[in-house]
Ligand binder design. Structure first.
Ligand code: DGY
Length: 322
């Protein structure tokens, strides 16, 4: 059996393949593998399985490789980067890596929240620019987080961890909006379910943890920003496209909201001349939500287990096909 990975995967996961005599090849290019390169590689190499990180798998790729590829295992919890209908039509099981990255991703949201509230990146840039002279007592001030209202958009397992962190650290009041109320999260965090409109109007910190779907695409648009508090901070560790980025830039420029912390952007990578990178109350990270040693090992292991199950004709542990 042969598996192709679109990125280099953790050693721990490689060992799982080696133990089962499965040949693993990895894309090691500095740039992401292109659609044409990936399709050509999979067909020429006769790969049985595909491990996916950081690339889009559309219907063209699936149709071109379905004669050989029997399993697609994603190294992410999000599966908006694959045409799931096309995979299901082709009879290819697809899996993701839920839960193992809850803590790391929520901690990234928490990190961004504190960073923006205290303008940490901005002040660091000032030091690097030689601008640490005499600090004003009354200017360049941040925001306190104690007792604020945290709004969670998408109260799943990552949102629940973020809510717990904010409750424990800052005794925040938690409200959330989902397609459906999440009773387990309410019990664990004392969160209250509210409408999207109320979430926008009442949140001091609004943290996005929802999957990218047609319903959530650019749901944070100009109309939404107009409803938010002028002191609000928006945090996004989910997917860049949940926010209408030009509308966010305008909202920040016009001080409709106070700040933004983004681990995900639209597009990725963000262009180095993006105006967001120059703003005082904005912190941007290059999609590192799950990027810790422990979490990436756990993701690699789960993805490898799914692949091995699929290659031996068994049901994948965390299958996402309907
Ligand atoms: C995920 O697991 O979905 C992370 O955002 C990486 O894409």
């Amino acid at each position: 059996m042969k598996v192709f990975a679109t990125k280099v995967i953790p050693e721990l996961a490689k060992e799982l393949f080696a133990n089962q005599q499965v040949i693993l090849d990895e894309w090691t290019g500095a740039q992401p593998i292109s659609k044409e390169q990936l399709t050509g590689t999979l067909i020429q190499g006769g790969y049985d399985g595909l491990l996916v990180a950081g690339v889009k798998i559309d219907a063209d790729i699936i149709d071109a490789v379905k004669a050989t590829v029997k399993v697609i295992s994603l190294l992410s919890v999000g599966f908006d980067n694959i045409d799931l209908e096309a995979a299901t039509r082709a009879g290819i099981p697809v899996s993701n890596t839920p839960d193992v990255l809850n803590d790391a991703t929520a901690q990234t949201a928490f990190l961004l929240m504190q960073n923006v509230a205290r303008k940490a990146f901005y002040n660091y840039r000032r030091i690097m620019d030689g601008d640490w002279k005499s600090e004003s007592f009354v200017k360049n001030l941040g925001q306190d987080l104690q007792g604020k209202t945290l709004g969670i958009f998408g109260m799943g397992s990552i949102g629940t961890v973020m809510a717990k962190l904010c409750k424990a650290a800052f005794n925040m009041d938690i409200i959330y909006h989902n397609r459906r109320p999440n009773k387990a999260a309410e019990t664990q965090t004392a969160a209250r379910y509210v409408s999207f409109e109320t979430l926008l109007r009442q949140s001091d910190i609004l943290s996005i943890h929802a999957a990218l779907t047609p319903e959530t695409t650019r749901i944070f648009n100009a109309e939404a920003f107009e409803k938010m508090k002028s002191s609000a901070i928006i945090i996004n560790t989910a997917r860049g496209k949940v926010i209408d980025e030009p509308a966010l830039i305008t909202a920040l420029e016009q001080k409709q909201i106070w700040g933004a912390g983004l681990d995900v952007t639209d597009p990725e990578p963000m262009a180095p001349d993006n105006p967001l990178l120059k703003m005082e109350n904005v912190a941007v990270l290059p999609h590192i939500g799950s990027a810790t040693v422990h979490t990436r090992n756990a993701m690699g292991q789960l993805a490898a287990e799914n692949m091995l199950l699929g290659l031996s004709g068994n049901r994948l542990k965390t299958i996402v096909n309907k």
